[in-house]
Write a protein that binds this ligand. Sequence first.
Ligand code: LIP
Length: 263
Amino acid sequence: MTIDTAELLAIARDAARHTGGFLLHERPADLGVAATKSSPTDVVTEMDTAAEKLIIERIRAHRPHDGFLGEEGDASEGSSGVRWVIDPIDGTVNYLYDLPGWCVSIAAETAEGTLLGVVEVPVVGETFHAVRDGGAFRNGKPIHCRPAVPAARALVATGFGYTVERRTRQAAAIAALLPRVRDLRRAGSAAIDLCSVAAGRVDAYYERGLNPWDVAAGALIAREAGAEVFVDLWPEADGSTMCLAAPAGLRAELQDALVALHA
Ligand code: LIP
């Protein structure tokens, strides 16, 4: 069955824009924690679950036979060969604290891999998107990652997990890495960090322990913007892998550093 990528992209952009507007304008002033997941600080709000439901309803209205994988638990195979990978709010802690660093992330994948990705950042009015082999865009304008620089001159984004064990290890790695790079940035959203690599707002991004929905759309956008992107490096017994995105030369240098630091 041929897949109309332009149709899928229009559906993804509509769902992301609509849900982004809902999250921006309907956020309860007294928003609280509805539940927790991997740790007491890994939170879910009522808006995460409502947004996931909204996205799936909107896509399903056009694509009743597609599958879904959503952060808040929606998972179905579908029969069309297309599966949507959804993070209704990436940067949930930022959203809970009413900080601007959150987004809606939607990707469509087939057996051949990620076909398209949309990352909607409502607070700043930015929509990032990419289609495989079609380049990356921000608000419809082409974007490209920065040329590679030596690690010592690289602005590197990273993130931290929700468990004490993971954070202790991540803290040790950044303590060793900090003197060896220009500086570090912590935005609080993997999808936004990957789009920042794509737009040249940082030189690189790395983080261990992310889920498919955190990276599906952003990884394609960074890749289509010219960065080398790996989302499953160095798998460990706890199932975690490392995500690393940077232009070629820098990616190799950082990869060596992160291996040596057991990051
Ligand atoms: C977040 C990631 C971020 C990471 C956070 C969390 P969430 O996803 O986007 O990079 O550092 O620990 O995993 O929980 O907001 O969907």
